[in-house]
Write a new protein. Structure first.
Length: 114
C-alpha cells in the first residue's frame, strides 16, 4: 500500500524559505504525476505545483518564480522548495502521487508570519 509522509513544514517569517518533502514508502516510479496542493482556512484547495512523468512541471501563477518542485527517485521523495515566502502562502500543504489511483499525504502546516 502506498503511504506518503510529509515533512519540513513549520513557522517562518515573510521572505524566508522552507523545503517540504514527501517520502513514498515504496517507489515513485510509475506515477503519472506528483505534486503539491494547499488549503488555507476558509478557502478551497489549490494546486501549487505538479511534476509529470515526462519531466514537465506546472506551477500556479502565485508561486511561479518562488517555488520549485523536484523529485529524487533514489530517495523515493518529492520536494517543494519554497523561497520568498509570503503570509498568503500560509496553508496546509498536501502532497499527492497519481498512478491509477491518487494517493495523498496527511498534510503539513506552513505558517508565514508578516
Amino acid at each position: 500500500q502506498v503511504q506518503l509522509a510529509e515533512s519540513g513544514g513549520g513557522l517562518v517569517q515573510a521572505g524566508g524559505s522552507l523545503r517540504l518533502a514527501c517520502k513514498e514508502s515504496r517507489s515513485i516510479f510509475g506515477f503519472k504525476s506528483m505534486g503539491w496542493v494547499r488549503q488555507a482556512p476558509g478557502k478551497e484547495r489549490e494546486s501549487v505545483a505538479t511534476v509529470f512523468a515526462d519531466g514537465r512541471m506546472n506551477y500556479t501563477d502565485s508561486v511561479t518564480g518562488r517555488f520549485t518542485v523536484s523529485r529524487d527517485n533514489a530517495k523515493k521523495t518529492l520536494f517543494l522548495q519554497m523561497d520568498s515566502l509570503k503570509p498568503e502562502d500560509t496553508a496546509v500543504y498536501y502532497c499527492y502521487m497519481q498512478g491509477g489511483t491518487v494517493y495523498w499525504g496527511k498534510g503539513i502546516q506552513v505558517t508565514v508570519s508578516s
